[in-house]
Design a protein around this ligand. Sequence first.
Ligand code: AMP
Ligand code: MG
Length: 394
Amino acid sequence: MKPVDRHLADILATVRPLAPLEVEIEAALGAVLAEDVASPVPLPPFDNSAMDGYAVQAGDVAAVPVTLPVIGDVAAGDGGLNALGPGLVTRIMTGAPLPAGADAVVPVEWTDGGTARVRIDRPAPPGNAIRRAGEDVRAGDVVLREGARIGPAQIGILAGVGRRRVLVRPRPRVVVLSTGAELSEPGTPLGAGHIWESNSFMLAAAVREAGAEGFRAGSVTDDPKEFMDTLDAQLLRADAVITSGGVSMGAYEPVKEALSPLGTVTFEKVAMQPGMPQGFGVVGPDRVPIFTLPGNPVSSFVSFVLFVKPALRAMQGLPAGPPATVRATVTAPVRSPAGKRSYLRAVLTGETVAPVTGQGSHQLAALAAANALIVVPEDETSLPEGAEVEVIPL
Ligand code: AMP
Ligand code: MG
């Protein structure tokens, strides 16, 4: 059997970051920056007032109370200002440029609020309530680095440095296709021998949570031709494809039957539980990566966490590797098959981790009650209560 780490290494050696694309900043949410973004100007671009008040020469208000003539108003957005001479003040609003000659702002709350003359009751030291040019960003400073995930604040600073468009790696478009003659759409009646189809919903959601676009292509029966036709139709819009089911050792395995003859997808046994039967390769003229995951819901979910999620990071130009782990103490004995790495569903609370009841790979409710996977190494077949284990938080 193929080691888990080698399967991931093969996948990461195949997938490539998506080509960068210039988009309007409004469309950049969730994408990964593909350039360093520098500011063409200092921010703030000019010295300005942090408060509504009066621009003064600090020396004129050192002894208070003092009443001084108000020579005018400076509002936010004003340009071409007159310089302020000694003994004079001007009203100034938040964000308005500081007139030459002024070196402090007296907040309106420290005054009588006069418009022709103003009485100032508290001294303002030099620099008071002034926002200096370049205090946030100097001209030429890089404000966002390539590889940053773009959230609302990042869109804010892109606009703040005057950018209308930005180079990003787009969110990978990932099509999720389930196979199984036994699958019924949720919301429709359950026929004899059927179960409701859950994997495409779960995997499409996992794709979105990983920063990519997930599209459910629904499910097809166990007919390899129907599978292949649906896959061909979906390839047009896919940067990657995830299938579930149809890769085991039984009869009626449409994914394996349809893709094996192509020679570009490899089906293997990976030394893990759950999720042993795995397939990975490329399909179509554009060589779109395809992950053929096993159908058992817990197997497909664990396979996503171990293999697909890192691949989606790599496609977004992000550092990619095995999922991060933490160490914790297990609250009950655990067992694991020899030669396979086990991923047991568990609840992680602080530094302890409790396996949930129901470790079957079909037991989706148990997965939904878990928030972590306990990793049991290949060479361990059992661990006692109190053992220290590696845990993947979900
Ligand atoms: P397979 O990998 O196709 O042999 O399926 C393994 C098990 O997973 C079977 O019990 C299937 O009924 C179940 N299964 C396969 N696909 C799905 C799905 N999309 N949703 C829920 N269960 C599934
Ligand atoms: Mg099946």
